[in-house]
Design a protein around this ligand. Structure first.
Ligand SMILES: Cc1cc2nc3c(=O)[nH]c(=O)nc-3n(C[C@H](O)[C@H](O)[C@H](O)COP(=O)(O)OP(=O)(O)OC[C@H]3O[C@@H](n4cnc5c(N)ncnc54)[C@H](O)[C@@H]3O)c2cc1C
Ligand SMILES: Cc1cc2nc3c(=O)[nH]c(=O)nc-3n(C[C@H](O)[C@H](O)[C@H](O)COP(=O)(O)O)c2cc1C
Length: 506
């Protein structure tokens, strides 16, 4: 009897120890991932992030302060300065700078940045300015599409920094008349920079009701994290439309286990609808839980922040009868499933309702008709590219070239049948695959581009546009460098200016 009890205690201790080791290993892995990420952003030694703004009527200033506050809440040091107080010394001292700038007049800079605007437009000053190869930056450009020179000053700042060899962290985000979707996209990038993706949305999307109709794993047996192909159908009619390039913003929900954990930690005096708890951030911290103990009903709900949205590239067209996504399962530092990918990939069950809103993403809409298209992407980046391919097939456009990368042909060739049948039927004139781990030496999409440099130059000379979709950290910089080496920086900038080089990277 005693021996059996001892064995049981021993087993329980062993299980607890194994769990502890798992948690410590996960935390260490995530800490080094965050350190790697912060080193990549140049913020490893606690360098302050520079947030610069140029504002005429105060909006850009307010958003700059909100940006700074988000980064500070994530533990980063931040300096906020009006653009007219920025000089080369401050640009060189900051290794990461974020610019929030509006456009006024007819494509003009706000008054406070008039001097810098003059400098930016003078080629002579450009030659005199030193290069900024160590500076990484992002630009949030405020404007209004009703004006002919939409977000012109933001674009001028972006081009000026590129000419000085500073490195964009992500593509310029333009904000049409305060568009909240674009601001949520900026917030996503702040989350990637700081390594904290749990901040509440500055403004929550007005979600519609959709049903998870089907979920299928795309990469069984893969060495990498699971990737799922989801089909969602609208419950509210008429269903919203969308086009290739647009984004689905989903409202994640907590798992049942998470809600139960919260209810155990904070026995409620009063019934609160389960759905309300499922859609809110449920604290773990004992002190925070204690502070909530005296609240009930509406006061408790008001004290719990709503869960932030997550964005996913739409992989289908309305004519397909469903909104399709490709979602990779992510994990949080404590080993729990990622909020959005855990909800879509594991917790939500087929048949269940999903909160979703379609966000127009004009920056990644289709190129002009009749022109060739080169599509480059890795992993779930195939989602956004596939919507374009479906749109091209429907429009009878045959000059398509897909460069797709993943780990192994055997397990990670997503939508193999569809891709191969498009190739066989002439809808994909070229299909180049880069499976990084199928040979001793790693091989990525950028390597494939370099091998096909001559063909790429040929397609571009025939009017091709280049669309890139997929991971910001894993792919975007390598592809940008390869394109720059193949086409030249000036040509790549010219293509971007003409809307022929577009990216949807995250
Ligand atoms: C415009 C846009 C389109 C997107 N399209 C897709 C898509 O088609 N398919 C898809 O699977 N995802 C896509 N994403 C990413 C997606 O929105 C989520 O960021 C991702 O699913 C992780 O969220 P999560 O809530 O599951 O994980 P979280 O709970 O946010 O975090 C889990 C862990 O992952 C890390 N993490 C979160 N996001 C990133 C990132 N971007 N890069 C590196 N580490 C990160 C966090 O730091 C954390 O450690 C897109 C993002 C944007 C902005
Ligand atoms: C007088 C005036 C002129 C504007 N001119 C432009 C313009 O040429 N291009 C553009 O994209 N937006 C233009 N806008 C829109 C502003 O950029 C947009 O409203 C922005 O949010 C204002 O930011 P701010 O408050 O920081 O100045 C103009 C707005 C005003 C009031």
């Amino acid at each position: 009897m005693m021996a059996a009890m001892q064995t049981r205690y021993l087993l329980a201790a062993l299980v607890a120890l194994t769990y502890l080791v798992f948690c410590v290993l996960t935390a260490v892995r995530h800490r080094s991932a965050r350190q790697r990420q912060q080193a990549q952003w140049g913020t490893a030694q606690g360098d302050a992030v520079l947030v610069a703004f140029a504002s005429q009527t105060g909006t850009a200033e307010r958003l700059a302060l909100q940006t700074a506050s988000s980064l500070r809440q994530a533990g980063m040091a931040v300096r906020v300065l009006p653009l007219d107080q920025i000089d080369d010394v401050s640009l060189r001292a900051a290794r990461l700078a974020l610019f929030v700038v509006s456009t006024t007049g007819e494509g003009d800079a706000p008054d406070m940045a008039a001097q810098l605007a003059q400098q930016i437009s003078s080629a002579h000053a450009d030659n005199a300015s030193a290069a900024l190869p160590d500076l990484r930056f992002g630009v949030l450009a405020l404007g209004d599409r009703n004006y002919q020179q939409y977000c012109a000053f933001g674009h001028a700042v972006q081009a000026w920094l590129c000419r000085r060899h500073a490195q964009p962290l992500f593509d310029l985000i333009d904000v049409d008349n305060g568009d909240e979707g674009a601001l949520r996209h900026w917030q996503h990038q702040l989350g990637v920079i700081s390594g904290h993706s749990d901040a509440a949305d500055w403004s929550a999307p007005a979600y519609g009701r959709w049903r998870l109709a089907q979920r299928e794993r795309l990469n069984p047996g893969s060495q990498g994290a699971a990737v799922f192909h989801l089909r969602l159908t609208p419950l509210d009619l008429p269903a919203p439309g969308w086009q290739a390039g647009d984004i689905a913003e989903i409202g994640p929900r907590n798992s049942d286990d998470e809600v139960q954990r919260f209810l155990r930690a904070l026995p409620l005096q009063q019934d609160i609808p389960y759905a309300e708890l499922a859609a809110r951030q449920l604290p773990h911290d004992a002190a925070v839980l204690a502070s909530l103990r005296s609240l009930s009903g509406a006061a408790l709900i008001a004290a719990l922040k709503p869960l932030p949205h997550r964005a996913y590239s739409i992989a289908s067209l309305p004519a397909d009868g469903a909104l399709e996504l490709m979602v990779r399962l992510m994990h949080q530092p404590d080993g729990h499933l990622g909020l959005g990918s855990g909800w879509l990939g594991v917790h939500a069950q087929p048949g269940q309702e999903i909160a979703l809103r379609v966000r127009v993403n004009a920056a990644f809409h289709a190129p002009a008709a009749g022109q060739p298209l080169i599509l480059i992407g890795n992993g779930t980046g195939l989602a956004g590219l596939r919507a374009h391919l479906r749109e091209r097939v429907a429009a009878g456009e045959r000059r398509n070239w897909l460069v797709f990368g993943e780990r192994s042909r055997q397990h990670d060739f997503f939508l193999r049948d569809e891709m191969q049948s498009w190739q066989a039927d002439g809808w994909l004139q070229r299909l180049d695959l880069a499976f990084s781990r199928d040979q001793p030496q790693r091989y990525y999409v950028q390597d494939s581009l370099r091998e096909n440099a001559e063909t790429l130059r040929q397609w571009v000379s025939e009017g091709a546009s280049i669309y890139v979709c997929g991971s910001l950290l894993g792919m975007a910089a390598g592809v940008a460098q390869a394109l720059q080496d193949i086409l030249g920086q000036a040509e790549l900038q010219r293509l971007a200016g003409q809307g022929r080089y577009r990216r949807d990277v995250y």
